[in-house]
Design a protein around this ligand. Structure first.
Ligand code: ADP
Ligand code: MG
Ligand code: MG
Ligand code: MG
Length: 666
């Protein structure tokens, strides 16, 4: 859970002198937790998803769909649900829902955008395969409950990015003019930021630390009538009240690109995240590493955000927009000026792909950590002195090169080594595509967890459930067969870039490991190295000769990664591996059939039978009679798109005919 403590936040200038103190205390708190919790053992899997929603508000007179800024009121209403229910208020069916035995009451959380909500299942799901069948109903229930706490013209939708965030016309309800003192954006008002003091402070301090506004340029999607070269006509040059506006005059907005200048463009996007608890720290480290190469693959497969600031862009995913939107690196750190005030040139934003593996599994080779990363060496020494091993100390020492962005003066005064606030300050503002989550405190019942963070939220709960379930089943399969997906970490970074390209899921190839079974499975009975598991396994592992790392991986399509390659030596495909795992465990027929339905979505999304949401949205716009073929998504097109997304989101049934009809490749 993010840090939402209340108090007096410091401006960046005030916070800066305390940065080392916060980091030192953070490491002390981490070491305290690690020492006491490193031998924690628990044998069951617990896991949960997080789904983020946009709250849209329709204006039926002008046929416009805008972002509702009523997050706080909706959350308040949700929090007082019990009272409302007793008073016969607007949520009688919550009572009904709660009466069903064994069902959880979802939890709703605030998010960065004042037009966003986040919902989690309330209590984590258990480790039984049958529990997976409760995921989609739980997600549907959350959508229903959220809607019940909104006005008649508001609705929650699970669309990754709101197409018209930042257009020069009204895009919020109520309307506010852009250009507030916090983000200083020329496109969005500060009123889109969650007013909880943490969020405006985070926004302002990122800008102050960086020394300029954040800067995001997305390549435009050139359509028939798009002016070529495209010069973003929404960029104003005559604004002069903030020094940051010099950026625009000095060419921050690139030709051929859609230019954005505020944290809200990134952190206002919605995603689907999954957190698992591992049975112990070592299993958590294994899962962290093994899922890491899957991050970019699942990003491309879940691609759902082709439109930003009212334009069709040439990318399909949100990730890099958020990366740019919270990039607090100074010019020195970005390598634009010689180092003087700062310590390091840092190649990545705080929000970026993982740069180092952490497990000590036998399948790991040092060559996989092929990127030299900066580490906070004095703090690493403390971790090593405290007994932590090198790879884990390296991971945390890397996170701790960053500054704390929001410091509350109270937290400086009230320090306890038994809390985790200073640790979380740094940890939770390092937004990498995997997160290794230690127990919140040494005494806590919660164990070591791993979060998978790259996926885009899907328009329907059927898809959101399918993606969540796929990842959970993959973790079971990885652990059951001891699978090894390692590739050099630099290739994961490269894959992350590839994943953004338009229609990457069908048009691009990704680096992926060829031989994923542990050595004892390899070359069984003289067969191909990738023959599927399940047969007799030799008990004496053969000594393995390690060839060059470059021979271990190759470029594959996502279809090959998911559904397998032809030929005996070909990669079997992740779905094949999962099915083989399911065949090896005791699972009732109903569960097996239901799970097959979810796996089928992943299969068909990978082989192109079904489109990604990004493709569906792009085609929807391009096929709309009011679209002028100039890449612009006007309010009429947007209104119909949002309505269609709402219909999809509320569609009943199991991958209904409506859903199929819309997503079937045309
Ligand atoms: P954050 O925003 O920090 O990633 P959230 O609290 O929003 O975290 O979501 C965490 C997810 O982890 C939720 O889906 C929740 O159900 C799940 N979860 C909670 N406790 C555990 C646990 N002990 N093990 C695994 N997952 C858990
Ligand atoms: Mg959350
Ligand atoms: Mg969230
Ligand atoms: Mg999360």
């Amino acid at each position: 859970m993010g840090l939402l403590s209340l108090g007096t936040p410091l401006t960046w200038e005030e916070a800066k002198p305390h940065a080392d103190l916060v980091r030192e205390r953070g490491i002390e708190q981490l070491l305290n937790i690690w020492k006491k919790a490193k031998s924690k053992e628990r044998d069951i899997l617990l896991w949960g998803d997080e789904i983020e929603y946009l709250v849209v508000s329709y204006d039926e007179d002008s046929k416009d769909a805008r972002l509702s800024l009523r997050q706080a009121e909706i959350l308040k209403d949700l929090a007082h649900d019990e009272e409302l229910r007793k008073a016969g208020g607007c949520v009688p069916s919550l009572q009904e829902i709660n009466q069903k035995p064994g069902q959880r009451v979802p939890t709703f959380h605030a998010e960065y955008g004042r037009f966003m909500l986040e919902a989690t299942p309330g209590a984590p799901y258990g480790g039984m395969l049958r529990d997976l069948l409760t995921v989609e109903p739980d997600m549907k229930k959350r959508r229903v409950i959220a809607k019940q706490h909104m006005t008649k013209n508001e609705t929650p939708i699970t669309m990754t990015s709101f197409p018209r965030l930042g257009v020069p016309e009204a895009f919020t309800q109520p309307y506010y003019p852009p250009h507030g003192p916090i983000a200083r954006s020329i496109f969005v008002p500060d009123e889109i930021i969650n007013p909880h003091i943490r969020f405006p402070t985070l926004t302002a301090n990122i800008r102050s630390r960086r020394g300029s506004k954040v800067c995001i340029n997305l390549p435009i999607f050139y359509d028939e009538k798009t002016p070529n070269p495209f010069k973003d006509p929404t960029v104003q040059y005559d604004l002069s009240d903030y020094p940051e506006d010099e950026d625009v005059r000095n060419g921050a907005a690139k030709d051929g690109h859609v230019y954005m200048d505020a944290m809200g463009f990134g952190m206002g996007s919605c995603c689907l995240q999954i957190t698992f608890q591992a049975k112990n720290i070592s299993e958590a480290r294994t899962l962290y590493d093994q899922l890491c190469p899957l991050g970019p693959i699942m990003l491309a497969l879940s691609a759902a955000s082709p439109i930003f600031k009212g334009y069709l862009t040439d990318i399909d995913c949100r990730w890099n927009i958020i990366s740019g939107a919270v990039d607090d690196r100074t010019e020195e750190e970005r390598g634009l000026k010689p180092l003087n005030e700062n310590k390091y040139v840092i190649p990545k934003s705080r929000y970026d792909s993982v740069s180092t593996y952490i497990s000590q599994d036998p399948g790991f080779r040092p060559e996989y950590n092929d990127v030299n990363i900066h580490q906070n060496l004095p703090l690493k020494e403390k971790l090593l002195d405290g007994g932590m091993d090198e790879p884990l100390a390296k991971h945390f020492a890397h996170l701790f090169i960053r500054d704390p962005l929001v410091i509350f003066s109270e937290s400086i005064k009230n320090y306890s080594v038994d809390n985790n606030d200073n640790f979380e300050n740094i940890q939770s503002t390092n937004w990498q595509h995997m997160r290794f989550k230690p127990p919140p405190s040494a005494e806590d019942a919660i164990g070591w967890r791993v979060e998978f963070r790259s996926m885009e939220v899907q328009l329907t709960d059927f898809e959101n459930a399918a993606f969540s379930i796929f990842i959970v089943l993959l973790t079971r399969t990885i652990l059951s067969y001891g699978l090894n997906f390692y590739i050099p970490i630099s290739k994961v970074t490269e894959n992350m870039e590839t994943a953004h390209r338009r229609d990457a899921v069908l048009s691009e190839k990704f680096y992926f490991r060829k031989q994923v079974f542990p050595p004892r499975h390899a070359n069984r009975s003289g067969k191909g190295s990738n023959a599927s598991p399940g047969g007799s396994i030799s008990s004496t592992p053969k000594p393995v000769e390690l060839g060059p790392v470059e021979n271990e991986y190759c470029l594959m399509t996502i279809n090959e990664i998911m559904n397998g390659q032809d030929g005996q030596d070909g990669f079997p495909g992740l779905i094949t591996l999962i099915e083989s795992y399911l065949n090896s465990v005791n699972v009732d027929v109903e569960t097996r059939c239901e799970l097959a339905r979810y796996l089928d979505l992943i299969r068909k999304r990978s082989n192109g039978t079904w489109e990604t949401a990004a493709t569906w949205i792009r085609n929807f716009v391009r096929g709309h009679p009011d679209y002028e073929k100039d890449s612009r998504v006007n309010s009429a097109v947007n209104y119909d798109l949002i309505k269609a997304a709402e219909v999809l989101g509320n569609s009943e049934g199991k991958g209904t005919s409506l859903w199929k009809g819309l997503f079937e490749k045309r």
